[in-house]
Ligand binder design. Structure first.
Ligand code: SAH
Length: 228
């Protein structure tokens, strides 16, 4: 695999890639994604460049997850689109993302015009994505943090929307606290081998409305920072 600095120099996006992602957006629409802004983001973002292993680039527009190093994966495009649609984003809203990973979901959020605060617990992924995003022209409205997503970002709270992109064993109390009243948390919560997607709306400091959606499969939301 290329070093990141060499990779950043040689990475290219072509008309062929653009065609493939237009097809991917069509696939997602057929699977039930309706939000046009989400489908447009999928059509715009060069997903292949978020996958560190060049050998996998030719598969990048299949609706599948792929390894990104540190034992983690870039989420399946359908999952990214599904979670983003659930957030019902409005431009300029403050959004907290737990699990930056490759930065692909982060880029989708940025394309929706919101302000993103994103936390990653694997140092290597945090470092890589911090360099990759500005190279893909995502230079503003985005702050990346190396830390523990269970704790959220109290200094920057409250957030209008919070999205968790790893399977959580339970709903972290700190994330509920950091949600604005009227705001939404989208989080996959463990249920045996897979996770139930939940959409939680904060009605008041103590009152939440939860909607249980379909099952997904995520890598786990882990305690403590990674040691790499
Ligand atoms: N949205 C990312 C998803 C990556 S997978 C993408 O599509 O590329 C989930 C990510 O959550 C992994 O990068 C993993 O390292 C990270 N993660 C796991 N536990 C975490 C925690 N407690 N805090 C922050 N990030 C965490």
């Amino acid at each position: 695999m290329l070093s990141l600095s060499s990779y950043l120099k040689v990475m290219t996006d072509t008309y062929r890639h653009k065609g493939l992602r237009r097809k991917l957006a069509e696939v997602l629409a057929k699977k039930g994604i309706k939000d046009n802004a989400v489908l447009t983001a999928i059509t715009e973002i060069p997903r292949h460049l978020f996958i560190p292993d060049n050998a996998l680039h030719k598969y990048a527009y299949e609706d599948k997850p792929f390894p990104i190093g540190s034992g983690q994966t870039i989420s399946q495009p359908y999952t990214v689109a599904f979670q983003t649609e659930l957030l019902e984003l409005k431009p300029r809203q403050k959004v907290l993302e737990i699990g930056t990973g490759s930065g692909f979901q982060t880029a989708v959020l940025l394309e929706m015009g919101v302000k993103v605060f994103s936390i990653e617990r694997q140092k290597a992924l945090y470092e890589r994505t911090k360099q990759l995003l500005p190279n893909l022209n995502y230079k503003t409205n985005c702050k990346l943090f190396y830390g523990d997503g269970y704790k959220g970002l109290p200094t920057y709270a409250p957030f209008y929307k919070i999205i968790v992109t790893a399977g959580a064993p339970y709903i972290p109390e700190d994330l509920l606290k950091q949600l604005k009243i009227g705001g939404t948390l989208v989080i996959p919560v463990d249920e045996g081998d897979s996770q139930r997607m939940k959409k939680i709306v904060k009605l008041s400091e103590t009152n939440f409305q939860t909607e249980d959606l379909t099952l997904f499969r995520f890598v786990p939301l882990l305690k403590e920072k990674g040691r790499d």
